[in-house]
Design a protein around this ligand. Structure first.
Ligand SMILES: Cc1cc2nc3c(=O)[nH]c(=O)nc-3n(C[C@H](O)[C@H](O)[C@H](O)COP(=O)(O)OP(=O)(O)OC[C@H]3O[C@@H](n4cnc5c(N)ncnc54)[C@H](O)[C@@H]3O)c2cc1C
Length: 247
């Protein structure tokens, strides 16, 4: 998969501070210099005040100001299974690559078992992979060879059938019914900083599936570069306490 930050609110940490200060300011914060807006906050410098206010808001559950900054991510090549988990989150805007209007008619079915068009789960090829709901860890080489062969054969057959149906004139929207749930999809999604932290709580957790966990961990790294004070504090102090951001 490839996860990229496409667009995001400029100076998100400043916007969070300005919005939060609005709640307690006699004057309208929109008309004030940022340093003036932050006057009453503890700290020797504006940077220190910014950090103090943001960490205070997060530690005390004052999450509203984190709903103002938004970020848009481009996600390439997650499975339809992962996409179904991701799109359960309701305060997120999505655009999802269509299988009604996009036909995968030029994919070579023999390359699908090695990652073309379909995501290959690590448990197909890694004998030491330990997944959730799995009793034991390692399996022997013979078992992993068997799994790899069954997986590759099944997805190759599925894509061959799909392309046969397309060639027979069936519309992509109907032919897709024979494709596996691991079929790759590209997604563009936008959410605010609070929701990003909530998705982090739910989907970068130990009980989330490996694929959405990997995707969310990449998103959180991008978020840390985007809004460093908010997401550094979130990662260090809040992350892992499930549902803290949306109890
Ligand atoms: C490990 C894991 C396993 C899962 N297994 C399953 C499963 O087997 N089957 C299944 O169906 N789903 C499953 N889910 C999905 C899960 O139940 C949620 O639907 C999904 O994570 C969306 O998160 P959310 O409920 O926090 O809602 P979001 O849409 O992310 O909303 C954020 C918050 O807003 C509030 N909110 C939003 N809408 C409402 C509302 N209508 N009423 C009240 N409050 C609201 C809640 O506080 C919510 O936490 C699983 C999720 C995880 C992380």
């Amino acid at each position: 998969m490839d996860v990229r930050l496409l667009e995001a609110t400029d100076d998100p940490d400043d916007l969070i501070c300005r919005a939060a200060r609005n709640d307690y300011a006699a004057d309208f914060v929109v008309d004030e210099e940022f340093a003036t807006v932050m006057d009453d906050i503890d700290g020797a410098t504006v940077a220190e005040k910014r950090r103090n206010l943001i960490t205070h808001l997060l530690d005390h559950g004052h999450f509203g100001p984190f709903e103002h900054p938004h970020a848009t991510f481009g996600i390439e090549g997650i499975s339809r299974s992962c996409m179904a988990q991701l799109t359960r989150h309701r305060h997120v805007s999505f655009d999802v690559q269509s299988m009604r209007y996009v036909a995968f008619d030029d994919v070579d079915p023999s390359s699908v078992g090695s990652g073309e068009l379909v995501v290959v789960p690590p448990s197909t090829t890694d004998p030491d992979w330990v997944g959730r709901n799995q009793d034991a860890g390692s399996v022997d080489e013979e078992t992993i060879e068997h799994r790899s062969a069954v997986f590759a054969e099944a997805v190759e057959q599925s894509v061959t059938a799909y392309q046969d149906l397309l060639e027979s004139g069936m519309a992509p929207e109907d032919a897709r019914f024979v494709l596996p749930i691991g079929t790759k999809v590209n997604v563009v999604m936008t959410m605010n900083a609070r929701m990003l932290m909530h998705v982090g709580d739910m989907r970068a957790a130990g009980d989330a599936q490996w694929e959405i966990r990997e995707m969310t961990e990449q998103i959180l790294e991008l978020a840390r570069e985007w809004a460093p004070i908010s997401f550094e504090h979130y990662m260090e102090e809040l992350h892992g306490r499930k549902n803290r951001l949306a109890p």
